[in-house]
Design a protein around this ligand. Structure first.
Ligand code: R5P
Length: 292
């Protein structure tokens, strides 16, 4: 039984200060329930409103990708610098230390390998298991215009329904098949469809005309890094994407295939969270690389 309140201090109800009801900081996310918002606030830094996600889920369809042959060796040093890790449940359980407390975005679609039709994906993680792993979002690939467009849209909407039940955000990835042109018209179509059908975050590619793509997408967009570029060019891409409305990056190869991955993720953080110029971020990269 609770003790009686014997405090001699006078009670203060601050009756002259109305309780504040502040809007949630993240684009398009104000109407969600507390749990969903809390998960999003673990992925996106509430101070900057942005995120640096580290993507190393490539093995789910292409096996031991260059730089990811030994995740336990190459990725571990980068983990403290990532706001969120984007990975598979196999790697999470086998390699990632459970005392890691930053966000986890779990790859939740899969099926075909690089040897088959890539768009033939199914849901690959049950929501109950995602909750068991305490992840902050689940990620699904959606192939708009692809051979299995409707099936992959259905994977996404089923995950959104399950996610809404448990407060789990869904990140939709716009996958571009080889037959489709990766331009603002296509990316604008795909990102908007994903947002309209309920994802909380969209991941897509940075393309010329991205500003209009971001403006027309009612939820945050994070950009994929794509194939490895010279470090300065990758930092320029991140800078341009943020300037044109991206809410962060979900970068893989441009970080873990860099000559100095730790220096590179630090430089990307400077662009995304501290709003520094490409020149400043690149100098930081060179400096950190030298110190290594
Ligand atoms: C997407 O299909 C992959 O699994 C990666 O998550 C994504 O492509 C981001 O990695 P990268 O920056 O290497 O393109």
């Amino acid at each position: 039984m609770a003790e009686q309140d014997f405090s001699k201090k006078e009670k203060n109800y601050y009756t002259d200060i109305p309780q504040k009801c502040e809007a949630f900081f993240l684009k398009g996310s104000n109407s969600y329930d507390w749990g969903m918002k809390n998960r999003l606030a673990r992925i996106f830094n509430p101070r900057s409103g942005k995120t640096v996600m580290l993507a190393f889920d490539h093995g789910y369809f292409q096996g031991p990708t260059t730089g990811l042959e030994r995740v336990d060796i190459t990725i571990k040093p980068l983990i403290p610098s990532a706001d969120a890790l984007m990975l598979t449940r196999g790697i999470l359980r086998s390699v990632i230390d459970p005392s890691h407390t930053n966000a986890v975005v779990m790859r939740a679609s899969g099926g075909p390998s690089i040897l088959k039709e890539l768009s033939d994906e199914r849901i690959a993680v049950d929501m109950e298991d995602a909750l068991r792993m305490n992840v902050s979002a689940v990620a699904v690939q959606v192939f708009i215009g692809g051979a299995n467009e409707t099936q992959t849209v259905n994977n996404m909407t089923r995950l959104v329904d399950m996610g809404m039940r448990y407060g789990m955000p869904v990140l939709g990835v716009t996958a571009v098949g080889t037959e489709l042109v990766r331009d603002a018209r296509y990316i604008g179509l795909a990102t908007r469809i994903l947002a309209e059908l309920g994802v909380s975050i969209v991941k897509t590619y940075f393309v010329p005309g991205f500003e209009q793509v971001a403006a027309a997408c009612p939820v945050p967009i994070v950009i994929a890094g794509g194939k490895k570029l010279p470090e300065k060019d990758a930092l320029q891409m991140a800078r341009d994407a943020i300037n044109q409305g991206a809410s962060g990056v979900d970068m893989g190869r441009n970080i873990f295939q860099s000559e100095s991955p730790v220096a590179m993720i630090g430089a990307v953080r400077k662009v995304v969270h501290d709003n520094v110029s490409v020149k400043e971020a690149y100098e930081y990269y060179l400096d950190m690389k030298k110190k290594k």
